[in-house]
Write a protein that binds this ligand. Sequence first.
Ligand SMILES: [Zn+2]
Length: 239
Amino acid sequence: MKPLEDFSDERLKLHCIHCGVFLEACDANEDHVPSKCLLDRPLPDNPPKVTVCAACNSGFASDEEYLSLLLAAVLTGDAAPDASRFPKAAAAIRRSPKLRARIEQSRREQLTLFGESEVLWAADAERVERVIVKNARGHLLHELGEATPAHPKSVAFFPVARLSPDQRDAFEYIDEGSLLPEVNSRMLQRVLGIEPLTDGWVEVQPEVYRYAVMQNIDEVTVRTLIRDYLATEVVWTLD
Ligand SMILES: [Zn+2]
């Protein structure tokens, strides 16, 4: 990805977007949005990053690892995922029997009406939601220069395969008319065509991670699609 210069209001970035602490008064560092472990190596050039407090940054690590391992397990059908497809997840599982046990706990096998066995994965929703909200806050700050209220109005995640064709279309459709970007934000540069969006989506890594940000008068929405499998949406109501 080509880095877009960010001219949006620096005053908005004085505080950690997660806990609100004043960044100059604490240890702060750059956090990848999306989480690095959700991407494949090599990482794209200049992946999006935002500055957050070090405590929040490291506080997300175990939930981020959980989600990346769960996705690898779901997509390969095995709690010990295929190392050629998910080398980092496979190595982490080999290193930690505890992690493997945690992922295996999510695995449910059941018989279908036709007597076939079917594998279901029950995600730890709280962990998954913490990662989704973390990345969504980061995408908003990165694109619009906007921090968000403490609590989202809604958080949702679901396998895209479960959506009907109409629901899938509605998820994919990004109303670019609803973009009201702050002057000089990255999103405005994108709207002006400096870095084109693909149908309103920012593609971080093809088939691995893309996101979209929509802003209306009283709401902001962030959607992501992870590995063409997991669709997510976070909505915040603005004051
Ligand atoms: Zn923080």
